[in-house]
Design a protein around this ligand. Structure first.
Ligand code: R2B
Ligand code: URA
Length: 312
């Protein structure tokens, strides 16, 4: 059999990941682990169902992730499942090697989802990465920019997430996976590439005061105070502001799952706070991530075809 053309003889892209490192000996004592907010549990054949998952893509809204699942299915050539979460907390779609999951708004919400999806990957022994697609406020960027985050800072511009457990504070560093992030940047389609910026994300526990807005129901600072703080954030490398990146980066690093985040900016926070109903198209992160997965799957399939042709 003729091997595929010479350009297809390159090795498959190196996998980014191993199964998650669950750091909790207590789980061994559970006869069945209920993944309560998905309505799944460890007595189910999770390895058969999810062992091949390589990409867990996440975003805030269930509807956005349903659309992501549909578009990913069309682009990658796999059917999308219906929502396989049996609760209304998070939506979960299965598209071949991809899971698309919603995480709600804010650190506490994405944290619960990450605990349960990480245990699901662990029981399935799946080697996956985490990629968040989202919206954000930009800092010194035109609306519609696409920020690929290199690290997250909390609302006090510190590079870690603070988990409070048993009354004690634990700091977890919030760095994204540099190889995965670089590969995402490189995969940007031509219509998205000019808008891609690599930068730091400030990830806050609130949309209004936490992000220095002047338009909440409470505000105890002046416009000059706000601009001074946002300028300090810009000088620290912050290029966008959202609400989940800190937990995603820190949790993923702690369990050894490579993670990245791609967010479109809806406005420039140096110029205002309000987001009118008509704002830039928010589909660019999804388009970029689907293009990335498509390229990786194609490269792997071609390398496998070449290897098996060469050995026949
Ligand atoms: C971006 O948008 C949401 C707030 O409107 C929040 O989930 C985030 O990170
Ligand atoms: N999401 C946020 O968290 N902040 C913004 O300014 C826009 C979207």
């Amino acid at each position: 059999m003729e091997p595929p053309s010479s350009e297809s003889s390159s090795p498959p892209p190196a996998p980014f990941s191993t199964p998650p490192l669950i750091r909790n000996a207590h789980l061994h004592n559970l006869p069945v682990d209920f993944l309560y907010h998905f309505g799944l549990d460890s007595s189910q054949p999770l390895r058969e169902r999810f062992g091949h998952v390589q990409y867990v893509c996440m975003g805030g809204s269930p509807e956005r992730m349903k659309a992501f699942a549909r578009d990913a299915g069309a682009a990658l050539g796999f059917p999308s499942s219906d929502n396989i979460s049996t609760t209304d907390r998070y939506a979960l779609y299965h598209i071949g090697p991809v899971l698309a999951v919603s995480h709600g708004m804010g650190g506490p919400s994405i944290s619960i989802m990450l605990h349960e999806i990480t245990k699901l990957l662990h029981y399935a022994q799946a080697k996956s990465v985490y990629i968040r697609v989202g919206t954000s406020g930009g800092l010194g960027l035109p609306p519609g920019s696409v920020v690929v985050s290199d690290k997250a800072l909390n609302g006090a511009l510190e590079p870690y997430h603070t988990v409070t457990a048993l009354g004690k504070h634990v700091h977890r560093p919030a760095l994204f996976h540099s190889d995965l992030s670089s590969a995402l940047v490189a995969a940007a389609p031509d219509d998205v590439k000019p808008r891609v910026v690599v930068g730091c994300t400030m990830s806050c526990d609130d949309f209004y005061e936490g992000q220095g807005r002047l338009d909440g129901a409470l505000c105890g600072y002046s416009e000059a105070d706000k601009l001074a703080f946002l300028q300090r954030a810009y000088a620290a490398g912050v290029r966008n502001i959202e609400m989940e990146g800190l937990v995603l980066a820190s949790f993923s690093a702690a369990v050894g799952v490579p993670a990245a985040m791609v967010c479109v900016t809806l406005l420039d926070r140096l110029l205002g706070d309000q987001i009118p109903p008509v704002h830039p198209d928010t589909s660019a992160p999804q388009t970029l991530v689907i293009a990335f997965i498509r390229q990786r799957l194609a490269a792997t399939a071609t390398a496998i075809a070449f290897t098996s042709a060469a050995t026949e």
